[in-house]
Design a protein around this ligand. Structure first.
Ligand code: GLN
Length: 517
């Protein structure tokens, strides 16, 4: 029973409900895994062993839900993680910031509440880049996260802790947040599956804000089906998030429940049957110069297989993509600077000691509490919003954002022969050596080029492993970009790609080396 942690989430739930093993055994297996890997991996900020074991004992005493109630608890007994920017009542929510080190929320985020109701057991709060700003999970006041495939490399970011935790077998799934790629890019770099839902599809109530017109919460899991299972639980309208989308906006009124059905269809039917009539766009701007050869080669191979099995590949152009990086960093930093204004040493978190006066209280609390990258974003954002510069930067960026969305609307317009989805790599490079761009934040920003666009246009993205890079032997991620609220179709296609692509498995390091290094 000690290697239960290796199972898929779907198989684990089945066994739990059939009483082949207990929730306590599942939790203990993960805890042992955490103990073995965590000292070197550093994927967790809090480990909630006692709490989780107590919850597991309660659940075991009650027994699994009756067969007809099975749908009501689809994640019954599943050990899970949460990025440490998502509220779990009574457990500190640090945002990997000195500012929030001791902050304990008194309510659950909506996603947390939904997962609890579905039977999930929270085992860890995962490490991240401070306030979700970064692409490597090196900007954490708790230290950097190692990549389970090679501890000397970064795990991607900002949800690098969630991704590493899932891949290392500490938990069966975790939640991340994605403002510019923070779910998809770490999924790509660690070789797991990550979904950034359509803007508004998942509630952000109880999630600390970074860029409010970009942020989405989504699952990271070890395969597409597990990802769909978690997504179904967290998705859907919530009146507590003002940007939450009403179900009647979804195309064909697709209910959340369709996501798992469609995923299973992608797993069960012949690929040719699923792919018949599917038009897949290949956007030239995402495959052009700047990609490492190993990424391009590896990410391209599933596309060829899809074509062999009957899908149609179409070249697509998104001409405004060349502005995406500039637009993203202006707008997301502007929003971050206003969102972070609430951290003033008075209302939340850290307060500087013995300030000279009120202004000094603000200055000192903020300069002591925020790390370097967060301060950089605040300065950049405040500048872009300041009188005299607003029109030149923020307004201009907002206009280009509209042009980008027009590009996608054209490419994905089914009525005029457009595509069902677009496919592209998720990162121009595989996970790089830790510290490589430490003195060069601009180069790190450039690495976000392939993920930020979907947040600018509000569309969903699913990232899954395409294989291992020839040179670095590190995971390469393939990104499915979809139509608004069409996650079900993306998951269905994802499940087909998963079948047509050789399984990269779990990192070899998991067979012991990770524990010993
Ligand atoms: N890497 C991007 C940034 O630093 C995206 C972060 C995110 O999605 N939270 O802004």
């Amino acid at each position: 029973m000690s290697d239960l942690y290796r199972m898929s989430l779907a198989a684990l739930v089945k066994g739990l409900k059939n009483k082949e093993y207990s929730v306590t055994e599942a939790v203990k297996s993960c805890l042992a895994r955490i103990e073995a890997t965590e000292p070197r991996l550093n994927a967790c900020i809090s480990v909630l062993g006692e709490q989780a074991l107590a919850r597991a004992a309660e659940m075991d005493a009650q027994g699994p839900p009756a067969a007809n109630a099975a749908e009501a608890a689809p994640l019954w007994g599943v050990p899970m993680g949460l990025k440490d920017i998502i509220s779990l009542k009574g457990c500190r929510n640090t945002c990997a910031s000195r500012f929030m080190e001791d902050f304990v929320p008194f309510y659950d985020a909506e996603v947390t509440a939904r997962l609890k109701k579905a039977g999930a057991v929270f085992l860890v709060k995962n490490n991240l880049d401070e306030f979700a700003m970064g692409s490597t999970t090196e900007n954490s006041c708790f230290g950097r996260v190692g990549n389970p495939w090679d501890l000397g490399r970064v795990s991607g970011g900002s949800s690098g802790g969630s991704a590493a935790s899932v891949v290392a077998g500490q938990v069966f799934a975790s939640l991340g947040t994605d403002t510019g790629g923070s779910i998809r890019q770490p999924a790509a770099m660690t070789g797991c599956v990550g979904l950034k839902p359509t803007y508004g599809r998942v509630s952000r109530y109880g999630v600390v804000a970074f860029g409010s017109s970009f942020d989405q919460v989504g699952p990271l899991a070890r395969n597409v089906e597990d990802c769909a299972r978690v997504f179904e639980v967290i998705a859907g309208p919530d009146h507590k998030d003002a940007a939450s989308a009403r179900t009647d906006l979804y195309p064909d009124n697709l209910p959340e429940q369709d996501c798992l059905d469609k995923t299973l269809e992608g797993k069960g039917k012949e690929p040719g049957d699923v792919l018949k009539g599917v038009r897949i766009g290949v956007p030239e701007e995402f495959w052009g110069a700047g990609l490492d050869a190993e990424v391009e080669g590896c990410a391209m191979s599933p596309l060829k297989k899809l074509e062999e099995h009957g899908a149609t590949l179409l070249p697509v152009s998104l001409p405004s993509q060349k502005y995406a990086l500039a637009v993203y960093y202006i707008m997301s930093s502007a929003e971050a600077s206003t969102n972070l204004a609430r951290f003033d040493g008075v209302r939340y978190g850290r307060r500087a000691r013995q300030p000279k006066d009120l202004l000094d209280l603000y200055y000192s609390s903020r300069s002591q509490g925020f790390g370097e990258e967060v301060q950089r974003r605040i300065m950049l954002g405040t500048f872009a919003l300041s009188a005299g510069y607003y029109d030149a930067y923020y307004r201009k960026a907002a206009q280009i954002r509209r042009l980008l969305r027009n590009d996608f609307d054209r490419a994905l317009d089914l009525a005029s022969g457009g595509c069902h989805v677009l496919l592209a790599p998720a990162s121009p490079k595989t996970a790089w050596t830790a510290g490589l761009y430490e003195a060069d934040p601009l180069t790190t920003y450039k690495m976000d080029l392939l993920t930020i666009t979907l947040n600018l246009v509000g569309l969903p993205g699913l990232c899954l492993p395409a294989g291992l890079g020839k040179e670095t032997k590190m995971p390469v991620g393939l990104q499915i970009m979809g139509r608004p609220f069409d996650e079900a179709a993306m998951l269905r296609l994802g499940a087909v790609i998963e079948r047509l692509t050789p399984d990269i498995g779990l990192p070899g390091a998991l067979d012991g080396a990770l524990d010993e290094r």
